[in-house]
Design a protein. Structure first.
Length: 236
């Protein structure tokens, strides 16, 4: 009997904690993990390094086709170097949000990077607009929180990952607000909660509790899956 592969999707706005929670869920289930946001930011980083401003399709694709990345958890490797920190800045995220509005950009990444990565494996995928990639996931979650909560979370991330402590809360708030507007109002795969998605509001929720809530829902739906409850239990 052929082994079933499970696909779990996690949607939600930027800086809502999708990636951190999704990775812990994947570890607990012994599934693969992919942040589609990292995929989109990696190729935006490529175009930025080539000083591309107008994003003409033919020129961009010629450049993008020359690059291959390795996606491991929340890390991204290019030529053996982890560039996760280099693609984590809010300015690049805003540029990525602009590129994500372009049909050719999404189609090329989905066809050439994301779909080959998730093929024939049990996986947790986090990102925005996932329905165009996985129309019928086995389980779908939508993580949400207030903009202020997400801005505070982003500032903590800047301190921890980049050692930056002089970030303005007001600046981050406005950047996230702009990203939300771009994601919600784009014509292709706009940010929204899908009909059957389970909502996790983590505004005042610790990551361990977000992870456990998702795992409880998955366990109830698929009792045949083995879950390592020690993994979320070790979170702080």
């Amino acid at each position: 009997m052929e082994k079933k592969n499970y696909i779990i999707t996690i949607n939600g706005p930027s800086s809502s904690g999708k990636s951190s929670a999704g990775l812990e869920v994947a570890k607990s289930l012994n599934f693969s993990f992919l942040s589609t946001g990292n995929v989109y930011r990696s190729y935006a980083w490529v175009l930025q390094n080539h000083n591309i401003v107008n994003f003409v399709q033919k020129k961009c694709l010629e450049i993008m086709e020359q690059y291959n990345f390795e996606f491991v958890g929340k890390d991204v490797y290019y030529n053996g170097k982890n560039i996760a920190n280099e693609i984590g800045y809010e300015e690049l995220a805003l540029k990525t949000a602009m590129l994500a509005r372009k049909k050719w950009y999404r189609k090329w990444l989905n066809t050439n990077v994301i779909l080959p990565f998730i093929k024939n494996k049990s996986i947790v995928i986090e990102g925005r607009g996932l329905k165009e990639i996985v129309p019928n996931p086995d389980a779908d979650f939508f993580i949400k929180s207030t903009i202020y909560a997400r801005a505070f979370r982003r500032i903590r991330q800047f301190k921890k990952r980049f050692g930056i402590s002089n970030v303005s809360l007001d600046t981050i708030y406005k950047q996230i607000q702009k990203r939300d507007y771009l994601d919600i109002n784009r014509k292709i795969a706009p940010l929204r909660k899908e009909k059957n998605a389970k909502v996790i509001n983590n505004t005042a929720l610790k990551r361990i509790n977000s992870v456990k809530r998702m795992l409880f829902i998955i366990h109830k739906r698929f009792p045949e899956l083995t879950i390592d409850w020690k993994i979320p239990g070790s979170l702080k």
